[in-house]
Design a protein. Sequence first.
Length: 273
Amino acid sequence: MGVPKERERIGYRAPLAVRCLDAAGAAFARDGLSAVAWPESDPATTVRATPSPFSDLLGFGTLPGRRADRRARSTDGEPLDWPVPAAPEPFVVRVTDRARRYLPTTLLAQVPAGTPVAVPLYPAPGRQAPSGWAVVRGELHGAPDGAPLGWGVVEVSTDAGRHTTVTDADGRFLLCLPYPEALPELPEQPGAAAGPAPAGLASLTWPVTVAVRCQPGALRRPVEPAPQDPPYLDSILGQAPARIDPGGGPQPTVTETLAFGTALVLPLTVVPS
């Protein structure tokens, strides 16, 4: 009996898939995340992504206007003959978290996308911080009116690196970061000739530098945004530096103290760019 001959082969490929990542690098849970997409020029046509059963991808099996280049066919064992993709088209992608651990995120993706689109997610201010991580919480308010500054960027720098988070629509933020690897000078050891006894880990502190990027006029949003739609992520992260006024006049950065095991709370008054 001969080897069966392949008569026909049919292939399908998705025009778009997204992979969500925790922006802080913490352990990531995909459960509860959902994504929708629509043509930038047609916000009324919305498609919901399907979670992959085998990976962390959220995939769009079909999108409006993209049917012609997602199917291929061959006969007699020949390789699949994929059609030439149509010109890329911008689609709006919105990722939300039903568990409210992360802020909603909106970005533009060029479709078809040859590889999964990475979507960094920033923590919602009410999220429970991961165990063993340092925590910085706070709010951004504008000077001189005190109005909340939504969708600003807060950067906290330590000797180990720089860490970034985004405020919500009301100017509130949460930043979770690893404790700096370089320990500060420890208190004197017991038996030393002079000085206080060691106070343990609770006495460990690190200086941190805080900077803000806030430029409300540079924020871009989808056409006819829904109430839950934030500005596009690239416009949020691309804002110009703002000045922080700690009480003695605006300055580019401020220095604060991070203590082990205690959240650093930062009510920041900001002069936007």
